[in-house]
Design a protein around this ligand. Structure first.
Ligand SMILES: Cc1cc2nc3c(=O)[nH]c(=O)nc-3n(C[C@H](O)[C@H](O)[C@H](O)COP(=O)(O)OP(=O)(O)OC[C@H]3O[C@@H](n4cnc5c(N)ncnc54)[C@H](O)[C@@H]3O)c2cc1C
Length: 374
C-alpha cells in the first residue's frame, strides 16, 4: 500500500497552501476534502489582510500577522506564477474611520495601540481623508491611514492555491471525508477517509471549524464555528480604493465598482443562512461609512463559518502523537495567516524547525488542560 509523506485533511485556503508548500519541496502530499475543496470559510471571507488586533484576545497574534503580511507579496507571486491565475491582491492600505463626539479620543487610542504593537498608522486630516476617499460620510469625525495593509480576492486566491498545489505535484481528492486519525504506539500512521485506510507519515489537520469532528482531534483543536454574514454591492458611481473600517463594520473594495460589506459574529453552531437582522446591521454599518452606497445594487449575500477556539487563537504545530500536526482555528484571520501558516507547517514537516516562535499556538495548550481537568 502507498504511504504518503504527508496527508493534509481539509482543502480550504490553509490546507491548500500547506499542500502547495509541501509539494514544491518535493514532499509526496495527498490533500483530502469532504466536498469540493475551498467551499467553506475560505470562500466566504472578505479577504482583508489586517494584522491589527480586533480585541485584546488577538494581541498575541499580531507578530504572526505582521510576519505573514510581510511575505504576502512573494506568496502571491509564487501562486500566480505557478497557477497562471490572478488573485486580486490589492496592497493599497486601509483606513479606520471614526464617528461621534469622542472620535478624536478614539483616534489617539488607536494610534497609540498601533504604534505600541509596531504597526504603522498615520493620523489623517478630515480633508485628506475625503481626498483619498470622496464617498466617505461627511459626518466623519477622525480617520487613520494604515498604509501597510492589503486585501486579496480570497475566492480567486483559494482557487489559485489549489491549482498551484496540484501543478506542484499534490494529489487532491474531493468527496473524501476524513473520519478518524490512525495511530500506533503514540505515532500517527494515517487516516480513515470515506471508509478507506490511507497511510501517511505526517498528518496535518486543516479542516477549519469542522476539525474537532474528526475522531482523535478534538483534544488538540477544540474548534467551533462562528457565523459571519456578508453582502456584495455594485455601484456605478461609487468607487472605493482602500479597505474602510469603522467600529461597526467594514467595506472591502474589489475594483470595478464592486465592494463587500461585512460582517456579523454569531454563535449559532453549524447553521449557514443569512438573516434580515444580520444583513440589516451590515448594511447600516456600510452606509454609515459611505452613504453614497445607498442606491448600489445588492448583488450577492452569503455567510460562512469561522473556525474559533476557546482563546480565539489558532492551533498550530505538533501534538504529542508523533507525526500529527494541527493547522486550524484561524478564526477571523485565516486569509491573512495563510502564507506564514503554510511556511511554518512545511518547515516543521521537512526540517523540524520554524522561522518564528509558535509556542503560544501549540495544540498542547488544550490537550494538557483537558488532561488536568479529568
Ligand atoms: C464572513 C467571514 C469573513 C472573513 N473575513 C476574513 C478576512 O477579511 N481576513 C482574514 O484573514 N480572514 C477572514 N475570515 C476568516 C477566514 O475565512 C478563515 O480563518 C479561513 O478561511 C480558514 O481557512 P481554513 O482552510 O482553515 O478553513 P475552511 O476554509 O473552512 O476549510 C476547511 C475545509 O475542510 C474541509 N473539511 C471539513 N471536514 C473535513 C473532513 N472531515 N475531512 C476532509 N475535509 C474536511 C471542508 O470541506 C473545507 O474545504 C473570514 C471568515 C468569514 C466567515
Amino acid at each position: 500500500m502507498k504511504i504518503y509523506d504527508a496527508i493534509v485533511v481539509g482543502g480550504g485556503i490553509i490546507g491548500g497552501a500547506i499542500a502547495f508548500e509541501l509539494a514544491r519541496r518535493n514532499v509526496g502530499v495527498l490533500l483530502l476534502d469532504s466536498q469540493s475543496p475551498g467551499q467553506e470559510a475560505s470562500w466566504a471571507a472578505a479577504g482583508m489582510l489586517a494584522p491589527p488586533p480586533d480585541s485584546a484576545d488577538a494581541i498575541p497574534l499580531v507578530p504572526l500577522g505582521r510576519a505573514s503580511l510581510e511575505i504576502y507579496p512573494e506568496f502571491i507571486a509564487a501562486i500566480e506564477e505557478i497557477s497562471g491565475e490572478k488573485t486580486g491582491f490589492r496592497p493599497y492600505g486601509a483606513m479606520e474611520v471614526l464617528f461621534g463626539n469622542d472620535a478624536d479620543r478614539k483616534l489617539s487610542t488607536l494610534i497609540a495601540v498601533h504604534h505600541g504593537l509596531g504597526l504603522p498608522a498615520e493620523v489623517l486630516r478630515i480633508d485628506e481623508a475625503f481626498e483619498l476617499e470622496p464617498h466617505l460620510n461627511r459626518d466623519l469625525g477622525a480617520a487613520a491611514l494604515l498604509r501597510s495593509e492589503a486585501s486579496v480576492d480570497n475566492r480567486a486566491l483559494r482557487r489559485a492555491v489549489l491549482r498551484a498545489a496540484e501543478a506542484s505535484g499534490a494529489e487532491i481528492r474531493s468527496g473524501c471525508p476524513v473520519e478518524s486519525v490512525l495511530q500506533a504506539a503514540k505515532r500517527c500512521t494515517g487516516v480513515i477517509a470515506a471508509g478507506e485506510r490511507i497511510e501517511g507519515t505526517s498528518i496535518v489537520i486543516a479542516a477549519g471549524c469542522f476539525s474537532a469532528r474528526i475522531e482523535g482531534v478534538s483534544q488538540y483543536a477544540p474548534v467551533r464555528p462562528v457565523r459571519g454574514q456578508m453582502v456584495a454591492l455594485n455601484s456605478e458611481r461609487v468607487e472605493i480604493g482602500h479597505v474602510l473600517r469603522s467600529e461597526h463594520g467594514y467595506i472591502v473594495p474589489r475594483g470595478g465598482g464592486i465592494c463587500l460589506a461585512g460582517s456579523t459574529l454569531e454563535n449559532v453552531g453549524f447553521e449557514k443562512r443569512v438573516t434580515p437582522d444580520g444583513l440589516g446591521k451590515i448594511l447600516a454599518a456600510a452606509l454609515e461609512i459611505a452613504p453614497d452606497l445607498a442606491d448600489a445594487s445588492i448583488i450577492e449575500t452569503w455567510c460562512g463559518l469561522r473556525p474559533d477556539t476557546p482563546d480565539h487563537l489558532p492551533v498550530l504545530g505538533p501534538t504529542d502523537i508523533e507525526g500529527l500536526v494541527m493547522a486550524t482555528g484561524h478564526f477571523r484571520n485565516g486569509i491573512l495567516l495563510t502564507p506564514i501558516t503554510s511556511r511554518l507547517i512545511a518547515d516543521w514537516i521537512t526540517d523540524q524547525r520554524t522561522i518564528v516562535s509558535w509556542d503560544a499556538f501549540s495544540p498542547m495548550r488544550f490537550a494538557d488542560s483537558s488532561r488536568d481537568s479529568v
